[in-house]
Structure formats: structure tokens, C-alpha cells
Design a protein around this ligand. Sequence first.
Ligand SMILES: Cc1cc2nc3c(=O)[nH]c(=O)nc-3n(C[C@H](O)[C@H](O)[C@H](O)COP(=O)(O)OP(=O)(O)OC[C@H]3O[C@@H](n4cnc5c(N)ncnc54)[C@H](O)[C@@H]3O)c2cc1C
Length: 349
Amino acid sequence: MNTTDIHEIVVLGAGYTGMIATASLAHRTRKLPVRITLVNPSDRFTERLRMHQIATGRELADHRIPALLAGTGVEFHRAAATSVDPEAQLVTLDSGTTLRYDTLVYALGSTTDTSAVPGADHHAWTLNDPRSAHRLAGRLAEIAAGGGTVTVCGGGLTGIEAATEIAESFPELTVTMISAGEIGAMMGEKARAHLNAALDRLGIVRRTGLRATKVLPDAVELDNGELVDSDLTLWTTGVRVSPWLPTPESPPTQRDSSSRTRRCARCRTRTSTPSATRRRSPWAGAASMAPARAAYPPPPTRPWRSPGNCAESRCGRSGSGTSISRSAWAARTRWSSSPTPTTPRSGGI
Ligand SMILES: Cc1cc2nc3c(=O)[nH]c(=O)nc-3n(C[C@H](O)[C@H](O)[C@H](O)COP(=O)(O)OP(=O)(O)OC[C@H]3O[C@@H](n4cnc5c(N)ncnc54)[C@H](O)[C@@H]3O)c2cc1C
């Protein structure tokens, strides 16, 4: 077979979305002349929803991406994508490699949105990635030695998980949660009662009905003018899509207003793909694949879902009860079917 007959699929990002897409595509196209290449800066699978556990000093299971993909035929590139050229259908990597694609899966995830409140960018910590979580673990241990104060801004699921994990791991710390709405507002009455009992047990102070208006190096300013002492402020009020990769024809931010992107009204996560890849059918131009295409119809084009990777009606952060629990997620995925070993935990919520 001529190499030009091969349909090239490049998947950017090996988070939950990228891994699910890659594994599913590999399975569905296994009898087709398709090559799948997965690109991610680390060869270790990042369990992003466990970042608060790293932040409190736990060791997570070490899932290596090449091992998870063994036997699937997927090629793995350890690199970060630096730009996309949708016209030429090329992705440039920081390793110097350029990959040609017929279909691009853009799964670069999200980052904590620290842009809305002055000072949050500079003075607040986030649980964005393992590196920031490890640094946070070091800082928490330092301030715990002096019985310091931690302020968690945000009363959603990430804020709740982080605050409870910190309070449980560092009982010397005074942990305060600040939330414009009720903490755990997305939960049902019984679940919220259980949550509040756990927060009481852990001694977590709740300041609700208040917004943080400024983050200072050692305090958080509230909209009633009050200053809450804070040796460490953790920002968990929401996420924004990772910065778009630059393209030759448009600066990254221009895509923000694209009609091809949709933003979830609840968690503000945006769902999109670069316009050129969306315009073009993944199978367009693959004339030589016609017989195979008839025998093995292309996979449905609906977007892949991952836990918490907002797909609007099933927004993982919506509180509609659709956030995938860890056990459901583990049961669903081949690569995390064995429980992640963590240090024992005495309680929790
Ligand atoms: C502390 C915390 C707790 C959470 N708890 C839950 C929970 O209990 N339940 C739930 O459903 N959700 C939870 N979430 C949300 C969930 O983690 C995210 O929704 C999910 O990780 C999104 O998956 P993703 O694959 O889209 O993005 P990500 O998991 O962020 O993956 C993106 C991938 O892209 C890679 N990447 C980035 N830039 C590049 C580049 N230029 N080139 C190549 N690769 C790149 C990254 O390294 C990463 O591997 C939690 C989030 C946090 C932070």
C-alpha cells in the first residue's frame, strides 16, 4: 500500500479526552488503513482529577501512556504541539517534528481561570497539573509547620475536594472556603447535609454568599470589604479552555469568537475543534479508502466525552448528578481498571 493511502489521525493531548478518543479510534479503525499518532508532553498519564491528592503529598499510580496503548498500533510522540496549520494540515511539535494529518483531534484540556479577579493570577495557587500540585504540597507542608491559614476560593466540586483533602491531611491548618453560593449547591439536600457534617468534622470554616474581589500575597479581599488572612490561597472557581495553538492565519484569541465553538453556560468549558478540521469530513479525500469505508463505516462524529470534560448537557461540573464518579470512571476505562494506590485516608466526604 502506498503511504499516501493511509489516513493520518493525530490526537493532541493525552488527558481523559485524548486517551478515550485514541483508544476508541484505534479500535474502530483497526481494519482500516489508518495511522493514529498521539502527542503529549509527558509519557505519564495525568489523572487530573486527582491533583488535590498530589497536593497533599500522596503518590499516585504511575500509568505510562505507551504501556496503556500497547497493542493498539498507536504511535506516541512525547512532545508539546506548538502550532497548527489547518490549511496545510500540519502540526508542529516542540521536538522539531512536523506531523501531517487528515483528521486532527484537539484535546488540550483546560486550565484554572484566574483571570477574573485581580491578584489571583499572581498570588493564588491552582491544581492545574502535577507540577503545580507538587509545588503546592511543599508549600502546604511549610505553612502547616507554623499552623497557618489556607483559603479555598470556590465552593464547587474541586474546591470541596481540595479543602477536605487539605484539612484532613494537615489538621494544623485553618482551612476557610469562600463561595458566592452555598457550598455544594449542586448537590441534593441529603448529600449536602452529609457534606456539611464532613466539613464540620474537619473544622472547615465556610464563608458563603461572599465573593473574593482581590487576592493579596497574604489575604483575600471579600466584596463586603473584609480581609481574610491567608498564607495560601487556592483558586478553584472555574476553568477556561487551554490557550489555542497559534495558526498561520489567525492569532490564537480570534478563535474565541468563532461560531464553531460552543461554551457551556455552566462551567464555561468550550467545545471546539480547529475550523478547518471541522469543515472537512475526517474521511474527505480518502478516495482510495472507499471500499474499506463501505465495509467498515466511519465512527459516529459526535464528540467524545470524558469525566468533567464538559459536553454541555452532561456537564461534569454542572451538579446535575452526571459528574462521573472515580469508580465509574475506573470501571469504564481499561487503563485504570486497577485502583490507584494512594496512602490510606481516614475519612473523607
Ligand atoms: C483537582 C481536580 C479535581 C477534579 N475532580 C473531578 C471529578 O471528581 N470528576 C470529574 O468528572 N472531573 C473532575 N475534574 C475535572 C477533570 O479533571 C477534567 O474535566 C478533565 O481532566 C478534562 O479532561 P481533558 O482530557 O479534556 O483535559 P486534561 O485532562 O487537562 O488533558 C489535557 C492533556 O493535554 C496535554 N497538553 C496540553 N497542552 C498540550 C500541547 N501543546 N501539546 C500536546 N499536549 C498538550 C496535557 O499535558 C494533558 O495531558 C477535576 C479537576 C481537577 C483539577
